[in-house]
Design a protein around this ligand. Structure first.
Ligand code: DP6
Length: 325
């Protein structure tokens, strides 16, 4: 009745931004990501007879009520599959670089899905596990897999075809992501869940964003199969800018960037103009993640470190699939 799982966070190269069903957490479009070895979450779940309520400890301290409720709702899904009402003790730790500000629901719910199903004795196929992780967080469906992963939007109302799967590419072994943390990882101004909903309701660019994603996914996939990092990088940077443009056009605006974010974007363009492989992507925060190669990663890291306002720089390689024991 106890299991421990490890899963790595992922960064989307074609972003998930918007839902077609909030209750089942179904994405409005597909997405594509790279799992990163430097960002690991380790979670232990123990179902215990006699526990009156689920208990959640995050990074050594009792979790906030909102996080505890969301975790309990996810555990309810696992309890329903297992046919049990037993409550669980959940202990989760993010082994992320100090003050990275990158704590993500992706690795968290992927590790929770693995640990909770194993602890409850529920056996699922990889696809079913990805569908389950998606209920916790859309990006978590991708974090079960190593390397590149793509998420299918699916068409069914029950969400059984909205899952992620790994994508093999000759780029997997030599791709790197250099993460520049801006402003010490302050708490997000708008969580991605609320922001994407607000964006879908108010942004005049939202429909165009959702319509754009299938073409970006097809192009990203072709670049991955061909091993064309430049094509993948250009596409990823353009896709991230389109997502942020959509968010910025929301009313009121959702602006994740800080001045340092723009300075980093300029530094990345500067690197590119000198022939260095470097393409930027940003998520629901001010940090900039730069797609590059094993050979160019040191020069990229050096350049990003010298940008004023950058508080930490970490280089990650493609991470492994989630594991459980
Ligand atoms: C900007 O997966 O955190 O990182 O499904 O509501 O939990 P929920 O959203 P979440 O959103 C991730 C948004 C993003 C882009 C991405 O990872 O694809």
């Amino acid at each position: 009745m106890k299991a421990t799982a490890r899963a790595c966070a992922n960064i989307a190269l074609v972003k998930y931004w918007g839902k077609r069903d909030a209750r089942l957490n179904l994405p409005a479009a597909g997405s594509l990501s790279l799992t990163l070895d430097a960002l690991v979450t380790e979670t232990t779940v123990a179902f215990e007879a006699g526990l009156a309520a689920d208990e959640l400890e995050l990074d050594g301290v009792r979790a906030k009520a909102a996080d505890a409720v969301r975790t309990s709702e996810f555990l309810d899904l696992v309890r329903a599959l297992a046919g049990t009402t037993m409550r669980a003790r959940v202990t989760s730790a993010n082994h992320f670089p100090t003050a990275s500000g990158l704590a993500s629901s992706a690795s968290g719910y992927a590790a929770l899905a693995l640990a909770a199903t194993t602890a409850a004795g529920v056996t699922l196929t990889t696809r079913e596990l990805s569908v389950l992780a998606r209920r916790g967080s859309g990006s978590a469906a991708r974090s079960l897999f190593g390397g590149f992963a793509r998420m299918h939007a699916g068409e069914r109302a029950d969400g059984t075809d909205a899952y992620a799967e790994p994508l093999a590419s000759p780029l997997t072994s030599r791709v790197r992501m250099v993460i520049a943390v801006v402003g010490g990882g302050v708490a997000k101004a708008f969580g991605s869940r609320d922001a994407m909903e607000h964006c879908a309701e108010t942004s005049p660019l939202y429909a165009a964003w959702v319509a754009l994603v299938p073409a970006d996914l097809a192009a990203a996939r072709a670049a991955l199969v061909a091993g064309d990092l430049a094509a993948l990088g250009e596409l990823a940077e353009a896709n991230a800018l389109a997502m942020h443009a959509t968010a910025m056009a929301s009313r009121p605006a959702v602006i994740y960037w800080q001045p340092t974010t723009l300075a980093l974007l300029a530094a990345v363009r500067g690197l590119r103009s000198t022939g260095v492989a470097a393409w930027a992507t940003m998520d629901a925060g001010p940090h900039v993640k730069v797609l590059t190669t094993d050979t160019d990663a040191p020069v990229v890291a050096l350049a990003l470190r010298s940008v004023a306002g950058v508080t930490a720089v970490t280089t990650a390689a493609a991470g492994p699939a989630g594991t459980v024991s």
